[in-house]
Design a protein around this ligand. Structure first.
Ligand code: MG
Length: 273
């Protein structure tokens, strides 16, 4: 009985500790600024300091569950007509290609973004990294889902391809590694179901409510209502960025990182908060 009570207390303390705000520190080494989250360097590659997420089996693809629910806005359904919902970041027509009812990134074409803008939302997307994997680490099947045009849920071929855990498939880039690695092999369709709460800033530009993410990858929970500690931009060797004030709505964008990654079946539901 005593042991049970102690275990319960330990569990409670662990839960309380994990709910705490992450401690962000910075250090300058060799003229580069390095950021640490709870003492772990951003983009830490040493598994002794930042263990790789456990590899788990993804859930089978469920065509019924991935259909756009009634009332959802379909952003892309494989048709030429819905590709018209998207543009290049500068508003010009996108150079991404329509291939086999999917939109495929084209090296050098730049990011693709929705014409419409969104704040808090539930977003479903499907992606496939190239069937013939090329490159390694961050160079293999790299793209990304940018909510509000800037908060990145990483897209990467993380099937038998290791990289720093906070940059692998499903990572909130540079901020939080996924709970587990639920990746499918290259070329296979994978799903993200993202629930996002937008950040809020005061008049002076100070953050008053941080962004939150719940992410389900191939049916497996990989982020459970995680508070994003700051921006997810790549800003130097190991320095993540801070929050910078922006409007309450922004586009959904996908990254052109030079690899022909495909996307399909994209729909969104706006959430009022
Ligand atoms: Mg990326």
């Amino acid at each position: 009985m005593k042991l049970t009570r102690i275990s319960a207390l330990a569990l409670f303390l662990c839960a309380a500790a994990s709910a705490k705000e992450p401690v962000i520190t910075k250090e300058t080494r060799d003229n580069a600024e390095y950021m640490f989250i709870d003492g772990i360097k951003v983009h830490e590659e040493d598994p002794a300091k930042q263990p790789q997420p456990e590899i788990v089996a993804p859930k089978p693809y469920d065509a019924g569950a991935t259909k756009a629910p009634e009332g959802a806005t379909v952003l892309f359904d494989g048709s030429e007509a819905t590709l018209e919902n998207w543009t290049a970041m500068n508003g010009e027509p996108t150079k991404w290609k329509l291939v086999d009812a999917a939109m495929e990134s084209v090296r050098g074409a730049g990011y693709i973004r929705t014409k419409k803008e969104f704040g808090s939302c539930r977003l479903h997307i499907e992606f496939a990294t190239p069937a013939k994997p090329e490159g390694s680490g961050q160079g293999r099947g790299n793209s990304g889902v940018f909510i509000m045009g800037q908060y990145e849920v990483q897209v990467l071929d993380s099937y038998e391809n290791t990289t720093y855990p906070d940059g692998q498939c499903g990572a909130l880039y540079g901020r939080k590694k996924p709970l587990v690695n639920a990746s499918r092999p290259p070329g296979e369709w994978q799903t993200y179901d993202i629930t996002f709460t937008h950040p809020i800033f005061d008049e002076a530009g100070k953050i008053t409510r941080k962004a939150r993410f719940t992410v389900i990858h191939n049916g497996i929970l990989i982020h459970d209502d995680v508070e994003l500690s700051g921006g997810t931009g790549w800003a130097g060797p190991h320095a993540a960025t801070e929050y910078v004030k922006h409007p309450d709505k922004g586009p959904i964008a996908f990254q052109d990182h030079g690899n022909p990654v495909r996307f399909r079946n994209i729909w969104i539901q706006e959430i009022a908060n």
